[in-house]
Design a protein around this ligand. Structure first.
Ligand code: ADP
Ligand code: MG
Length: 398
């Protein structure tokens, strides 16, 4: 009998069940396969189901019927990492039009390549003159990586200046994304290196932000920021009281709806200054919603961070705290050209208040934080957000 090994992992963050399969799926083991899949579907109703077929050498009609059956129960079933032979089986049977089926990523080697950056998510290597590869940590889910790659492609199609993504690749035991190499310096170094033209650089920075905030997600491909925040708040719920969690959600829900783009992590370290103007990178958290989602996140990463933990802010944004504060003030002024100083001051206060939600969702964003760091952020939220939250809910009128 052909052997079939199945391993399932559940990721509550997405939520998603990943079923890793290895071997050959035939009529001899299809019954057992179906029983295991059914049990998982029952245990995690509503979760996305991803069949990782990386180790699958072949599948017969009995195996395909199991997938068809699972798809009836869970419409979000997809199959990833199929070998060329298995992909062809999906193609000839027409099953590739019934499911989302993707092939195994190409393999690239970074041996001998220059490492040009080390970020929180992974390391960036220069593959050749025109390409880089962002190699993620071995435990990063392929789902998240694929999402970043797809997001970059979609944003590019909407005219957002960003690097072309050449899709997910395999690098040893890790996954990565191959991107066009942007021949540019970071916006952080531009700000540091050319302080005389500071305001004019901020003008480009603000124009890029505004471009995002006026680009409609016309095909409805991006996830709503409200949904992301709900998920992130749920992730931290165990640290708060029930009514606090309710209020965090009410705060997010009271933001007016919009169908324009949000970067989600807009700061000088994620912007590169090329000869053709500024380019936006690191689109992992891109979504759709009211511009306040970017602006309050910036209030958190620029101001709240620069004042509470200046060394972390500098490491994160690539510029010293006093430059961060200057950048923030000038950005606000240029972002709201028609507003008076008083109105801007009111909005700034609102953004800084809203920005405290970053402390609530810190465990979700930084999943490798130590328990001590997590408790620090939770305490920040309890001290700075909870007391003012009633006044903030429903206050966004612009
Ligand atoms: N397409 C690219 N071309 C050139 N350099 C890049 C490119 N993408 C990323 N980098 C460099 O790698 C750094 C980290 O990349 P980023 O995507 O922001 O990763 P992280 O998620 O770790 O913040 C960037 O600040 C930049 O210096
Ligand atoms: Mg980054």
């Amino acid at each position: 009998m052909e052997s079939l090994e199945i391993n399932a992992a559940y990721d509550p963050e997405v939520p998603e069940i990943t079923v890793r399969c290895r071997g050959f799926i035939t009529s001899a083991n299809a019954g057992e396969f179906q029983a295991q899949v059914d049990a998982l579907l029952e245990e995690y109703p509503g979760a996305k189901m991803t069949m990782d077929f990386d180790g699958i050498d072949g599948i017969t009609s009995a195996g395909l019927r199991v997938l068809l059956h699972a798809k009836k129960i869970n419409d979000r079933l997809r199959v990833i990492n199929t070998s060329p032979v298995v992909y062809e089986t999906f193609e000839v049977t027409g099953f590739s039009s019934l499911f989302s089926v993707s092939r195994q990523p190409r393999t690239v080697s970074v041996e001998g390549c220059e490492k040009i950056a080390q970020g929180a998510a992974g390391a960036i290597y220069r593959l050749d003159e025109d390409n880089i590869v962002k190699v993620f940590m071995p435990d990063e889910s392929i789902h998240t990586i694929r999402l970043e790659s797809e997001t970059a492609g979609k944003a590019f199609l909407y005219g957002i200046p960003t690097a072309i993504s050449f899709g997910t690749v395999r690098v040893g035991d890790c996954y990565g994304i191959q991107y066009e190499m942007i021949k540019a310096q970071s916006f952080a170094s531009v700000l540091k290196g050319d302080p005389d033209n500071f305001d004019s650089h901020v003008k480009d920075y603000t124009a890029l932000l505004r471009q995002l905030h006026t680009t409609k997600d016309r095909d409805g491909v991006f996830v709503s920021m409200k949904e992301i925040y709900h998920e992130a708040i749920d992730y931290s719920a165990k640290y708060f009281q029930e009514d606090e969690v309710k209020k965090f959600k009410a705060l997010i829900d009271s933001i007016p709806d919009r169908d324009t783009l949000i970067h989600g992590d807009f700061h000088p370290g994620n912007i590169m200054a090329s000869g053709d103007g500024l380019m936006l990178i690191d689109l992992t958290r891109m979504g759709v919603g009211h511009p306040i989602f970017d602006l309050f996140e910036m209030a958190a990463s620029h101001i709240n961070l620069a004042t509470s933990t200046p060394e972390i802010a500098e490491a994160f944004l690539g510029i010293p705290p006093e430059t961060i504060i200057r950048l923030w003030k000038e950005t606000l002024k240029q972002y709201f050209p028609d507003k008076t100083e008083e109105e801007i001051a009111r909005i700034e206060k609102q953004l800084m208040g809203y920005g405290r939600i970053a402390n609530v969702i810190a465990p979700y964003i930084g999943q490798s934080l130590t328990e001590e760091q997590v408790l620090f952020y939770i305490n920040e939220a309890k001290t700075h957000l909870v007391p003012i939250i009633d006044g903030l809910i429903g206050s966004v009128d612009w």
